[in-house]
Design a protein around this ligand. Structure first.
Ligand SMILES: CC(C)(COP(=O)(O)OP(=O)(O)OC[C@H]1O[C@@H](n2cnc3c(N)ncnc32)[C@H](O)[C@@H]1OP(=O)(O)O)[C@@H](O)C(=O)NCCC(=O)NCCS
Length: 188
C-alpha cells in the first residue's frame, strides 16, 4: 500500500533530540523490512519476551511489511544514518464500537533512550489521532514494565484496568496486564 497523500504532506520530519542528535521520522514502508529486523535485534531479550508480538525470527516483521495498511496501523519509524532507532505505532479500527479508540506502542533502541524520543513519538501519535477524529488512546502493558508505565504516566495516561496473570510471555511466564487511557477529547 502506498503512503496516503495526507501522510506524505506531514512526513518526513526532521527532529532534534534533547542532546542535539538529528533524526528523521516517517511512516514505515515495505522496504524497511530488513532495517526493522536489525532494529529489533538490538532490543534486549528480556524486553522482547514481553512485547505484544513475537518479533524474533522475522515472520511477524515480514507480515507487517507485506500487509501495510496505514488506515489500520500507522507505523512511524525514526532513522539516523539509515539505521532505524525507534518504532511507534497507532492502531485503529474504522468501524464498530472501537472506532473512536487508538492503540499505541513504542520501542526505542537502547542507545537512544532517555533523550525524550518515546515521549515525542507519543505526542506525535496523539496529534495524528486527534486530527483523525479519535477520542481516546490506550496502551496495554505488562504491569512489571516500569519504564514503559512511567513513560505513559508522564504523558498523562491513567491506569483504568488490571488483569491478573493475563500475559503469557515468550518464555512461558505469566504477567499482570495493565491498560492505560489518555482522553484526547473531553466527553460529558
Ligand atoms: C519505554 C521506552 C519506550 C522509553 O523510551 P525513551 O525514549 O527512553 O523515553 P523518554 O526518553 O521519552 O522518557 C520519557 C519518560 O519515561 C519514563 N522513563 C523512561 N525510561 C525509564 C526508566 N528506565 N525508568 C523509569 N522511567 C523511565 C520517565 O518518566 C521519562 O521521563 P524523564 O526523562 O523526564 O525522566 C523504552 O525504554 C523502550 O523501548 N522499552 C522497551 C519497549 C517497551 O517496553 N515499550 C512499551 C510497550 S508499548
Amino acid at each position: 500500500m502506498a503512503v496516503p497523500e495526507r501522510l506524505l504532506i506531514d512526513y518526513p520530519q526532521l527532529w532534534e533530540l534533547e542532546d542535539g542528535t538529528e533524526v528523521t521520522v516517517r511512516p514505515m514502508v515495505k522496504e524497511d523490512r530488513d532495517k526493522l529486523a536489525e532494529f529489533f535485534k538490538r532490543i534486549p531479550d528480556q524486553e522482547l519476551r514481553v512485547l505484544k508480538d513475537d518479533v524474533t525470527g522475522g515472520t511477524v516483521i515480514d507480515q507487517w511489511a507485506q500487509s501495510l495498511d496505514y488506515d489500520r496501523v500507522l507505523p512511524l519509524v525514526v532513522e539516523i544514518g539509515g539505521r532505524i532507532i525507534a518504532d511507534a505505532t497507532l492502531h485503529r479500527r474504522r468501524q464498530g464500537w472501537r472506532r473512536h479508540l487508538g492503540g499505541v506502542r513504542v520501542v526505542v533502541d537502547p542507545e537512544f533512550r532517555h533523550r525524550g524520543l518515546a515521549s515525542r513519538l507519543l505526542a506525535e501519535l496523539a496529534d495524528v489521532a486527534t486530527r483523525e477524529g479519535l477520542m481516546r488512546l490506550y496502551v496495554e502493558l505488562p504491569a512489571d514494565d516500569k519504564p514503559a508505565i512511567e513513560l505513559f504516566r508522564a504523558r498523562g495516561f491513567k491506569e483504568v484496568a488490571r488483569f491478573g496473570d493475563y500475559i503469557l510471555d515468550r518464555k512461558g511466564k505469566y504477567h499482570d496486564l495493565v491498560v492505560l487511557h489518555l482522553d484526547l477529547i473531553y466527553r460529558e
